[in-house]
Every structure is written in C-alpha cells, then in structure tokens.
Design a protein around this ligand. Sequence first.
Ligand SMILES: [Zn+2]
Ligand SMILES: [Zn+2]
Length: 408
Amino acid sequence: MEERGSRDRGGGAPATANGTERRQIFVELGEQNFDAIRLSAYRTACKLRYVQKKCNLHLVDVYHVIEAVRDVGLNAVELAAGISNTRLENLVSLLFNQLAKRLPTTHTVDPRHSTALLVDFLLAAVDSEAGGRLTVLSVKAMLAMLCGGKLLDKLRYVFSLVSDSNGVLTPSKFESFLREALKLPTAVHEGPSFGYTHSAARSCFPQHKRVTLNMFLDIVADPPPQCLLWVPLMHRLADVEHVYHPVTCSFCRSHGITGFRYRCLRCRGYQLCQDCFWQGNASGSHSNQHQMKEHTSWKSSASKLGRALSRTLGCVSSREPPRPTYPEEPERTLNMANIVHTNTHTNTHTYSYSHTHTDTHTHTHTHTRPTSASPPIPIGHRACAEESVICLLSLKTVQRSSKWSLFM
Ligand SMILES: [Zn+2]
Ligand SMILES: [Zn+2]
C-alpha cells in the first residue's frame, strides 16, 4: 500500500510549508550547549526532551497518538507501508489541533507551528539513515517514543506493535521497531552511542525465549538495554524538572539546585547541580571518579527524621509497591483501570553514578516502580502535576468514545 509520490524532498527541498521553520529546531538545539554533557544517555535524553517540549509533544500522551492515528485511518494500514509527507502532516496537525482544544484557557499552543516543527524533525530523523523511508511504523514508533504521558503506557503500546496475536514478542518486528525508534537519537547526532545496530537489537532479549508483555516491560523499563537508556531518562528528566533543592552547588556555588542533585559518597557535604555533574566538574579534593548518588528530591533533616520514625513505628512502608502486572492476552479493548492507576511519579528515586567509564557508569540503584494506588503528587513536582491534569482531561474524551480500540 505504498503511497505514490511519498517523498517529495528531493535535493533537500523543504518538506513543510516554511523552510525557516524546517531548520529552526536544529538551530535552537545547537544553541543549548547539550554537547558539553559527557554522559551520552543524559545528553541524548536532554536533547530529545528539548525537542519534545519545543514541539509541545510533552503535552500529548500515547493515547492521543493512538486516537489521531485511528482518526486519519492509519490504524488499519500495515506497518511496513510507506506514507506521504502530506499524510504525516495531517496526522501531526490533528494531534496538535486536538491538543489545542483540550488545553485549559491558561495554556495556548500554536498547532501550525508545532506541526511544522515536529514534521520537520521526524522527516530529518527518517533521513538520518541512508535510504530511510517514511513508513507507518516509523511514524508510530517515533511518536510513541517522543510523546509525553506515562512510560509504561508507551511501552505497552510498543509491545502491541511488536508482538503476535498470542501476545508474544516477534524478534523481527522488535528489530524493525528499534530501527525506527533509534532514528530519534541519530537525528540529534547521538547515532554513535544509540544508533541502530543488529547486535544492539539482538542483545535486548534473551534468545530463544518467549517474551510476553510483563517480561518485556521488566526488560525495557528497569534497567533498559543500553540502546534504550535515554527513554526512561527522558521521563525522569521530566519528573525532576521543577524539583528544587535548597542547597549550594559545591562547584559553581549557585544557590538552589533545580533538577537532579548529586551527592558524593566519599566527600562529606560535597554536592553538585546537574549541569556541573553532567559536565564532569570537580573541585578541591573531590574527583569526578568518585561515586555520586543521584537525588530527585529534597528532604529536610526534620522530614527525614519524621519518616524514619514513622517507618520504625510501621506507619509507612519502606518498600516501593511493585509495578502492576498486566494480563498477558493481547489487548484489544481499553481497560481504564490500567490507565488511570499507573503512576510513575517518584520522590525517593536514588541512583549512583561515577564517571569512571565514559558512559557505562556504575548503576547501583533503588528503582521506583509505578504504584497501583494513586498517591498525592509531591510538592515540587509541578511539571508532573500539569501533565497529570492534562492526562485527566484527555481521559474524558477517551471515556466518551465507545468504539475506542486500543493499540491499533
Ligand atoms: Zn553547579
Ligand atoms: Zn568526592
């Protein structure tokens, strides 16, 4: 079902209406100094998070993508089929027009501008591979990886693309998906670290083993295979974006740290802001070879003492609840319980890293799983709060639609 005249970009001619907008996102990306980040997973996640926010795609979740894909009639088209740039523009434009209608009046987006930026970026991503062609799978894979919302929902959608009718992963389909998804890091010049290779795809899953949904989620989400490290990191970046730590960075001396905070496990009281840590900055007797602990929240001594006391008295659990287990049968209808309850907000997330190896930093972590209950959103997670509000608004649309078919 190849569409005729699908690629009209011969000789580098602009694909979208406005050639200036076409390149704008890459120019602005280049001005952000992300290349100073020494850890490739963080560098890639920061670049793609930037692109995501610039296009307003952080306000769109995977269910909005599924809905728009269905509305433009791409849900029934086979994944390998090529599509035209015009059809891509129609899909993306629908996505942002629906977003504009959904947003509260305090938020405004320009659907035309967002469409131009995103279409431009996606086409550049497709072109990042020699002989790359725009297919239904490229569009679904890239939009699913780049949109906002919950990581688990996105991964469940991905599984629906790469599994057979018995709910078992098909390795060749997963390889095709990965080839498309890894065009995103390649588009932001991170191909050397996260570009597609056949061996990268093969190393993701144990060979000759039946991989079902829950096993897939375990393998891809915690901790992810090397080639997908940037995916959960994008979500963690979003979670900490507005987290404030009232401490002074030991290197740049700026008071008040926003985002991740890193504490040296050897030098007492030595703490770095994320920019200083990511750039490998170190001062005094501290070295960037020391192991650092990554913090995603700030707790005062009084609140830590209170929590320790409550734990001693058995008032709070010291363990994070496990990720919900999903039915292994292939999903065909929307199960609202699975959507509403999934929660990836975390304020107790700690990772340990050192710069000992360029990118494969030591990874002793206590990983927070999404909870099946819905705890209150922690203070300081304003970004999460905003995105949750938008998700709730969108669910109203979902509930109204009885013919809503999931993951097609
Ligand atoms: Zn600093
Ligand atoms: Zn140190």
